[in-house]
Write a protein that binds this ligand. Structure first.
Ligand SMILES: C[S@@+](CC[C@H](N)C(=O)[O-])C[C@H]1O[C@@H](n2cnc3c(N)ncnc32)[C@H](O)[C@@H]1O
Length: 265
């Protein structure tokens, strides 16, 4: 897999396929021809040199306990809690696979992957696809690594900032983002990056949370905004997608949970 060096547009970094073979620990470094070098520890390629500032919501993803409990305690139940009806994780994965339809030989990216729930689902559904899982949190990536190895889903695991992605333009056949939009400190910049790296005919699966329409829901959301979480109503978030160069090809929401299939405009 080819990465764009974080320090020079013109320098690429070749990542060996073995780095994605999670049954075998891969350690060492990867570097560009310009000589910038990045550690690979236990298959996780770390492109972050100087971490930027984090909001509270983002910082909590860097706690080992959050990473360890996130998927089993919260994520598997989250959509049922947030939609107010039975919404099993398998139903979410079904929609993901139906809308993204991963192809053999295709390249896919899970943006802000946490434990790589979406990335693993794509790879399990199409083992011949190449899937990259990107997050800022090493703790989340460690957990993603464990879960992916257990699922026998080989992924490229990348610690990088979605505001400045280490990829050349128009390389991905599909992007997926589950819940991350609400946590981003610069959502428009990340969406522009998504538009830059997706192919013109690519598909972008987005799950995000809307501003609640009930007073008690709003109260809860308003009181969580200090932590860096953001919520928009449907029109506002659709305007964000459109400003970044996407159009909405499919969309539905249940409660505050919104699923959108975006295509390049
Ligand atoms: C709500 S969680 C994502 C959950 C996951 N996508 C899922 O479906 O289970 C948000 C994740 O985005 C990551 N994140 C936040 N800002 C980021 C950024 N600028 N670049 C990369 N990852 C980021 C956080 O570390 C966190 O793991």
């Amino acid at each position: 897999m080819e990465l764009r060096s974080p320090v020079s547009e013109r320098a690429s970094i070749e990542v060996p396929e073995e780095a994605s073979h999670l049954s075998k620990p891969f350690n060492g470094t990867v570097c560009s021809r310009e000589g910038d070098e990045y550690p690979v520890v236990n298959n996780i390629i770390d492109l972050i040199r100087e971490p930027k500032e984090f909001s509270f919501a983002q910082s909590s993803n860097h706690w080992k306990v959050t990473a360890a409990l996130y998927e089993d305690i919260w994520r598997k139940r989250s959509l049922s809690i947030l939609t107010g009806e039975e919404f099993p994780i398998d139903k979410e994965k079904e929609l993901l696979l139906e809308w993204v339809s991963p192809a053999a030989g295709g390249l896919y990216l899970d943006v802000g992957c946490s434990t790589a729930l979406y990335a693993r689902a794509l790879k399990k559904a199409e083992p011949e696809a190449r899937v990259v899982a990107l997050d800022l949190s090493m703790q989340m990536l460690d957990e993603a690594r464990m879960k992916s190895e257990a699922d026998e889903a080989d992924l490229f695991l990348l610690r990088a900032d979605a505001r400045d992605m280490p990829f050349y333009g128009k390389v991905f056949d599909g992007l997926v983002m589950g819940g991350t939009l609400n946590e981003l400190s610069d959502e428009l910049k990340v969406l522009f990056e998504c538009r830059r790296v997706i192919k013109d005919e690519g598909v972008f699966f987005m799950m995000h949370l809307l501003r609640s329409s009930t007073w008690y829901g709003r109260l809860l959301q308003d009181s969580s905004e200090w932590s860096g979480l953001k919520f928009w109503d449907l029109d506002e978030s659709n305007q964000l997608f459109e400003r970044a160069g996407f159009h909405i090809s499919e969309q539905f929401s249940k409660g505050i949970v919104c699923f959108t299939r975006l295509k390049a405009a």
